[in-house]
Design a protein around this ligand. Structure first.
Ligand code: LLP
Length: 463
């Protein structure tokens, strides 16, 4: 098995053997609830509905391609995370997975905090009324202007990512006459994948400050001595699409060791630790993600145990799930265009979107599922590759999947679990118009991010 690092985990890297694709499911009409948003089902006429609305109606009203986001599922997942961690911990939704002003309002109403990692995300959060103290500001290269805006706005924490940034934030806070709450992001030497993790002695990556070689301890010393900073804790984030808690265990142990060192050296017990995000979701029926309460219990137990062993009071824990909240709540709806049967090779099903609305397959070799959603079909399954309309052969949406063999141009197909890192990583490649995000809830659908238009393209092109 390959152990090559990959931001999206091994299912997305090169650890699966060729031909792992096995038999078709018994009934292609069945929607696996693991990969579909909670209010998605197939009605008696055979069409798929979300929030009680048929996808055929949604396609007529909003066009394709489009992302449909199940708002009640999103809110339920927020509540599940908040309840699982309880009032003694903090859940920060990672806005990079998908952010819009409507999303910010839902987070605010459901009691979550928000992690932003750019000036744009910060602006969206503040504009939609997220209280600044509930915002964490991340990034390995925040500009001075971004830091200034964050400090000025009064964000709850800035996660310091380098020695230079410790000084930068300190100077800016002092200039503004403020004392900024900060955490230090450390790299703990854990590289976590879906079902495995690797503990290493050093980290070759652009994020954070290494625990190795006493660097993180030195960063803490500096942050404690510089004016304008209130060091509230240590942050670590170990990877993406993780199902196995063992990587978090090693990470938490190493972070707690640092807290103990800090206490011994400075007589200070830092009150918080943040264990980052990265919790996995089901993209296909093969994936078995954990529920938030299991994750909360596992993380809580690890930290409590390690702190007891080190004679420390248990710090307040925070986590930053992005994918695990928004990922499963949305699907992308496409209309089938050309279908090409290459004899003895493969069947290509082309849709009206592609790598511009889902770059993850091309970028990470990510796996997705797909279903015919505009009607029921009892035709034989056929193995297909779903591709987009871009001028590039790597423009693949779903590498290998079964669809009914009577699939025809004009049918609607949907790719589930596209809520995270699809719209947020969408591009205008080939002057594609980025699709809208439509929130659906209790029989009502409303656009929360509109479709781009050709006028939008021309407006940016100043001639
Ligand atoms: N916190 C920090 C500091 C992070 O860097 C990230 C993700 C998260 C939280 C949220 O991770 P999540 O729970 O969403 O996995 N574009 C890639 C994922 C990159 C993740 C980067 N950081 C993908 O499409 O898989």
């Amino acid at each position: 098995m390959s152990r090559s690092a990959h931001p999206a985990g091994p299912r997305h890297a090169d650890v699966l053997t060729e031909g792992h694709y096995t038999a078709p499911p018994a009934d292609l009409n069945v929607l696996d609830e693991k990969v579909w948003a909670r209010t998605v089902s197939r009605n008696d006429d055979g069409a798929v509905t979300v929030g009680g609305i048929e996808v055929t109606r949604l396609a007529e009203e909003f066009g394709t391609p489009a992302y449909f986001l199940d708002e009640s599922d999103f809110r339920a997942r927020c509540r599940a995370w908040a309840d699982a961690f309880g009032p003694g911990a903090d859940v920060f939704y990672a806005g990079k997975a998908f952010l819009s002003r409507a999303v910010v309002r839902w987070l605010k109403e459901e009691g979550l905090n928000l992690d932003v990692c750019s000036g744009g995300e910060l602006t969206t959060a503040l504009d939609a009324g997220m209280p600044a103290e509930r915002i964490a500001f991340h990034g390995n290269n925040k500009t001075a202007a971004e830091i200034e805006r964050a400090v000025q706005a009064g964000v709850g924490r800035i996660v310091l990512d380098s020695f230079q940034e410790i000084v930068r934030v300190s100077h800016i806070a002092q200039r503004l006459g403020k004392r900024q709450r900060v955490q230090i992001r450390v790299t703990v030497g854990v590289e976590a994948h879906t079902h495995e993790f690797i503990a290493t002695a050093h980290e070759d990556q652009k994020f954070g400050i290494a625990l190795a070689g006493g660097q993180a301890a030195e960063a803490v010393r500096r942050a404690l001595t510089l004016d304008g900073l209130e060091l509230i804790g240590i942050h670590s984030h170990i990877g993406s699409q993780i199902f196995d808690m063992a990587g978090f265990e090693v990470s938490a142990r190493r972070v707690v060791q640092l807290l103990a060192e800090v206490r011994d050296e400075h007589g200070v017990e830092l009150p918080e630790i943040d264990l980052g995000g990265g919790l996995g979701i089901a993209y296909t029926s093969d994936d078995d993600p954990r529920e938030p309460h299991e994750i909360a219990k596992a993380l809580g137990d690890i930290v409590t145990r390690e702190c007891e062993a080190a004679g420390l009071a248990t710090p307040r824990i925070s986590v930053e799930p992005g994918r695990a909240i928004v990922g499963p709540t949305a699907f992308t709806l496409y209309e089938v265009g050309t279908i090409k049967h290459l004899e003895g090779l493969r069947t290509y099903v082309s849709v009206d979107g592609g790598m511009s609305d889902n770059i993850r397959t091309a970028l990470y070799d990510a796996e997705y599922s797909v279903a015919l959603v505009s009607r029921r079909s009892d035709a034989e399954p056929m193995l297909v590759r779903v591709v987009g309309k871009h001028c590039e052969s790597g423009d693949i949406v779903v590498k290998d999947a079964f669809l009914p063999s009577d699939l025809a141009p004009g049918d609607l197909i949907a790719v589930p679990a596209t809520g995270a890192y699809c719209r947020s990583m969408a591009s205008n490649y080939n002057h594609a118009l980025r699709p809208p995000v439509v929130a659906v809830r209790d029989g009502e659908a409303r656009v929360i991010l509109r479709r781009e238009t050709e006028e939008d393209l021309l407006r940016l092109d100043v001639g």
